[in-house]
Design a protein around this ligand. Structure first.
Ligand SMILES: [Zn+2]
Length: 386
């Protein structure tokens, strides 16, 4: 991970670079701040920079990304880079769970989340429950064992402890001594979202590095480039995400889901309009196999589209919040939803939702509704709508 690959936090990057250049890397540091601010990715980039073998790095102010050390760091397989994080027993690891038992999933999870993981992402990944997870005494014994060996390949051994507030009370005392007096050339990078939950004896042994919220303009840029969303949506998402890139990712994901539902609805309306019975049958069967809740959700979203189409007949597009491809479709489709059929649409959709909620055969209900929609779409608008 290179510094330049991580969004924002320029002041922190600069400050960390300085510590290396001036040869005053503090052996135990605590990176703290809210979710989605890049603490873990910057910790990895910092450790990589310290161990990068290319001397040009000081001029470039970043790791080279090409030396043997950087390549192993990039894959998170460097033998002197260690991670500890909350774990618990699961189906595969039944006893004495250790972080190193979960390294493969850890690497996968980081990549899947653009190196901005949340605790929930992690618990989902290894299929454990929140209440059981912690950094346990087995792991703190393991940390001591690992760090007692001399480093294999690099100058510094690095131990990154993610969500150190999850360190349980038997595990903590074992770590105190080694954090206070670590073996030579050992670097502890502790990461937390809640410094208030960390025991004071650990807090007092670390140098604190506070991570502020990511600035709005940086977040907007990252939404556009990394999450591939348009500028207007990126602005909207950044306003809600409030400096938290993780939250921006979640919001962008929701948009994806919304688009998928919308596309499905558009496809359905087209087959009804052209009275394409084979497609209507296939649609009803496929959709009918989804859960009742998700079918109801689909129909409710559809009703919203129909309602917006009706509104669009009587008002200008600026007054409804829909933009982009949704608006394009609705401009074309809205003439088919009018004062003569809107109420009937609403009745029929509500009826279908009612029956689906009451154990009716979902495929049949959807097929009946498709035929009704086909009929309703042929009803012409009253004269002079606009
Ligand atoms: Zn390098």
């Amino acid at each position: 991970m290179l510094f330049k690959e991580i969004i924002g936090q320029e002041k922190i990057k600069e400050r960390l670079l300085q510590t290396v250049m001036e040869n005053r890397v503090s052996h135990a540091q605590l990176f703290f701040g809210g979710e989605g601010r890049g603490k873990l990715s910057i910790a990895i980039a910092y450790a990589q920079f310290i161990n990068c073998r290319d001397q040009e790095k000081f001029i470039r102010k970043d790791s080279c990304g090409l030396c043997p050390s950087c390549i192993k760091y990039d894959k998170l397989i460097h033998p002197d880079l260690h991670f500890v994080f909350p774990v618990a027993a699961n189906k595969e690891v039944k006893e004495k769970p250790l972080s190193q038992n979960f390294m493969a999933q850890w690497r996968e999870m980081l990549i899947e989340n653009h190196y901005f993981p949340s605790l929930n992402d992690w618990y989902d990944k290894i299929d454990i429950e929140r209440k059981q997870a912690g950094i346990n005494v087995h792991d703190s014994n393991q940390i001591i064992r690992t760090l007692s060996y001399t480093s294999y390949e690099s100058e510094y051994k690095v131990m990154i402890i993610w969500m150190v507030e999850k360190l349980n009370y038997q595990a903590a005392p074992k770590l105190l001594k080694i954090i206070e007096e670590p073996p030579d050339k050992t670097l502890f990078l502790l990461i937390t979202e809640n410094p208030d939950n960390i025991i004071p004896t650990i807090l007092s042994r670390t140098q604190l590095v506070k991570f502020p919220k990511i600035e709005d303009n940086v977040l907007i840029g990252a939404c556009e480039t990394q999450l591939e969303i348009g500028h207007n949506q990126a602005v909207e998402i950044s306003r809600v995400a409030n400096g938290n890139f993780k939250e921006a990712m979640r919001l962008a994901g929701q948009k994806d889901e919304r688009n998928e539902v919308f596309e499905k609805f558009v496809g359905w309306m087209r087959m009804c309009y052209t009275l394409d019975v084979p497609k209507m049958t296939a649609f009803s069967e496929t959709m009918g196999r989804e859960s009742r809740e998700s079918i109801k959700g689909f129909l409710l979203s559809g009703m919203e589209v129909l309602r917006n189409c009706l509104v669009l007949n009587y008002t200008s597009p600026e007054l409804i919040k829909i933009r982009g491809s949704e608006l394009d479709f609705m401009k074309k489709f809205s003439p088919f939803i009018n004062g003569n059929n809107a109420e009937k649409f609403s009745e029929e959709f509500n009826q279908a939702i009612y029956h689906i909620g009451r154990n009716a055969n979902t495929g049949l209900v959807l097929f009946d509704l498709s035929l009704t929609v086909a009929k309703l779409l042929k009803i012409k608008a009253p004269v002079s709508v606009k």
